[in-house]
Design a protein around this ligand. Structure first.
Ligand code: ATP
Length: 212
């Protein structure tokens, strides 16, 4: 899938709005140590739904927000927007390009947008499912990722193949249905308890009503 552009603002070392346009060929990002190269790939993982601050090289999620320098005050929120080409319709949304945005405030509040319209994290996850781009996708190969795939437990490795085969969506739906079924069963159990309790009260009440 072709990543067309990335816009960051208040994200890690990018306090100001910064737009990177990617060509359709290979893009290499070069720069001195500590200049923010890895922060760019962090921004891409983050906007695609990464929830682990460790995976984003921080201690807590707030570390993605520009924390200030000697010359600049910290900012209140971090935002990143990734624009993906969707001419081939790989993403199940009918627009030729899709903009995914994530915003995070110091208060801990998160916001997600798809094509600039409010969405939930779940919508982003579902949109990216089976494309290899999602949170658990294999499109971002960082240092050590190959090793971890090779050394992974077979169940974990199976997830990588399922994502590549485009069937993650079905596993996700199955798990979701099982969760709902369990919930419904628990509710049923509770209802049966209440019913038994009520049934126990019917006898004495009947007696009372007959006496009355
Ligand atoms: P290397 O080539 O050494 O891997 P790099 O170009 O990949 O470096 P990054 O790791 O992307 O560099 O960026 C590190 C810089 O980002 C550091 O200067 C760090 O202070 C800055 N930085 C990271 N998080 C924040 C933040 N929340 N606020 C301000 N600056 C930050």
């Amino acid at each position: 899938m072709y990543l067309k552009s990335l816009e960051v603002q208040g994200f890690k070392s990018f306090p100001d709005k910064t737009v990177l346009q990617f060509g359709s060929d290979i893009t290499a990002i070069v720069g001195p140590n500590g200049s923010g190269k890895s922060n760019i790939s962090d921004a891409i993982s983050w906007v695609l739904g990464e929830q682990s601050s460790k995976a984003l090289r921080g201690a807590k999620m707030e570390d993605v927000i520009f924390g200030g320098t000697q010359k600049r005050a910290p900012v209140g929120y971090a935002e990143a927007t990734l624009v993906l080409d969707n001419q081939a319709g790989q993403l199940r949304i009918e627009t030729p390009e899709v903009a995914i945005t994530r915003r995070y405030y110091r208060s801990g509040e998160s916001e997600y947008f798809i094509n600039r319209q409010t969405a939930r994290l779940r919508d982003t996850n579902e949109l990216l499912m089976d494309t290899g781009l999602g949170r658990d996708g294999y499109s971002i190969i960082g240092q050590g990722k190959i090793d971890s795939i090779v050394a992974a437990r077979s169940e974990d490795r199976r997830e990588v193949f399922e994502e590549a085969a485009g069937i993650s969506r079905f596993r996700y739906r199955k798990e979701e249905s099982e969760r709902r079924l369990n919930q419904a069963e628990e509710n049923l159990l509770r209802l049966r308890d209440i019913l038994t309790e009520l049934e126990d009260r019917v006898g004495p009440l009947k007696e009372q009503s007959e006496k009355a």
